[in-house]
Design a protein around this ligand. Structure first.
Ligand SMILES: Cc1cc2nc3c(=O)[nH]c(=O)nc-3n(C[C@H](O)[C@H](O)[C@H](O)COP(=O)(O)OP(=O)(O)OC[C@H]3O[C@@H](n4cnc5c(N)ncnc54)[C@H](O)[C@@H]3O)c2cc1C
Length: 386
């Protein structure tokens, strides 16, 4: 089998995207100066419903969606630029992140007009948080082996199963679950479906899982005879695998896959000042050049999405390289902090807090959204090596 080459074009940002960048920066500056956006002491997406409402008021949730569903009909590259600015400044966007990035786009692509009219304007208004119900205790990488099932009942579906690592389920109104609805001889991937579950419905039990950093972000969600109506089905019964594959491309290529450690790097630069050792500057320089090339790659994928393509392989490359970079950044910052003795004299409290949190959080970078081993399998298959 011959290897297929990948085609990545470097996009040029439009004047509209550059204008939006300035608008987002002005918003962030205003939020900081008003005290509503304190400098972060942790990495990762924070959760702040009020911030989400203020971002929604700007029209920045569902930015690319049709106006009839509450969107602004702007380009994927403009959305990219906006998110880059919000993430680099550590604006807490967790209350709308999943809904904006993947639940809304999945409804737009596969949902009925009725579903779009019901959910999308509420997401765009910053009123709805969605969570992702894919992983199960025995099914993570091998997602098609999942055990949660939904059986057809009069007027709807009855769901039984257990989902795990469900980020924000305790704060969300809805979860899109992937469940088995039929068995197709010879294909594990056929017969899976996506259903929208109201997390306040009878039979839903959400239990916290506390992370290594001592935080409650993810959960285990038990579904016991949860009945959802017929119109909770997204797309076609049995087509869930194809829908989820499209969804994961949105999840894998964005700036959140290489910017998680950015605040740590930027805080280090502030603390270091101009008198750092040559060896530290060299390490930092290498890190930042790596960051810039990842940015180009990630922008290329945004541009492919803009052109209506489904860049699954390219998105997997961004996530593999981006998340390794995020972990490498923590290691490099730790080395420089230690070599420069930046923390012992107490002049870098925020850097210290960020570094402690980043060290506890960093293992998750290469697991969430599909592990790097799995991504490399997808890449190998995509370029014809497997
Ligand atoms: C911070 C965080 C947030 C998350 N949020 C959500 C969420 O909101 N919703 C949700 O559904 N899930 C969520 N997840 C779960 C995540 O998608 C899974 O953890 C991930 O897909 C891996 O599955 P697993 O944990 O079952 O590991 P396993 O699949 O058991 O894998 C264990 C190890 O074996 C390796 N491995 C497995 N199969 C292969 C193979 N074929 N070849 C090579 N190596 C292999 C893996 O790479 C990994 O290193 C989240 C995870 C994290 C860390």
């Amino acid at each position: 089998m011959t290897a297929t080459s990948l085609h990545l074009e470097l996009p040029t940002l439009t004047p509209e995207a550059e204008t939006l960048r300035q608008e987002v920066r002005a918003f962030i500056a205003e939020e900081r100066s008003s005290g509503r956006l304190p400098p972060p002491h942790r990495i990762g997406l924070g959760f702040d419903r009020e911030m989400t409402k203020r971002i929604a008021a700007k029209g920045w949730i569902g930015l690319t969606w049709p106006r009839q569903y509450g969107g602004q009909e702007r380009s994927a590259l403009e959305r990219y630029v906006m998110n880059e600015e919000l993430l680099a400044a550590a604006v807490p966007v967790g209350a709308h992140w999943v809904a904006d990035r993947q639940s809304g786009p999945v409804l737009l692509k596969f949902g009925t007009d009725e579903q779009r009219r019901f959910y999308l304007p509420k997401i765009a208004a910053g009123d709805l948080t969605f969570s992702i119900g894919m992983s199960e205790p025995e099914s993570g990488s091998d997602l098609a082996s999942l055990k949660a099932r939904a059986e057809k009942v009069d007027g709807g579906w009855r769901i039984n199963g257990r989902k795990i690592w469900t980020t924000n389920a305790h704060r969300a109104q809805y979860m899109i679950v992937l469940v088995r609805t039929s068995t197709v001889e010879g294909s594990r991937h056929a017969g899976l479906s996506q259903l929208i579950v109201d997390l306040a419905a009878p039979g839903v039990t959400i239990s916290p899982i506390i992370s290594m950093a001592g935080e409650h972000d993810f959960n285990e969600v038990l579904l016991e005879d949860v009945v959802v109506p017929d119109d909770a089905l997204i797309g076609k019964e049995g087509n869930g695998w194809n829908q989820v594959s499209a969804e994961l491309a949105y999840e894998r290529s964005g700036p959140e896959r290489w910017l998680s450690s950015f605040r740590l790097i930027s805080e280090l630069v502030d603390v270091l000042g101009p008198d750092a050792r040559a060896a530290s500057l060299e390490e930092l320089g290498r890190l930042i050049s790596h960051l810039l090339s990842l940015r180009q790659l990630s922008m290329s994928v945004a541009s492919m999405i803009q052109q209506g393509q489904s860049p699954n392989v390219e998105a997997s490359i961004v996530k593999d390289l981006g998340t390794k970079f995020e972990q490498e950044a923590v290691r490099v910052v730790r080395n420089i902090v230690s070599a420069e003795d930046l923390i012992s004299n107490g002049r870098a409290e925020r850097l210290k807090a960020l570094l402690i949190h980043a060290q506890q959080y960093a293992p998750a970078f290469t697991i969430r959204g599909g592990t790097n081993e799995i991504l490399r399998g997808i890449i190998a298959r995509g370029i014809g090596l497997r």
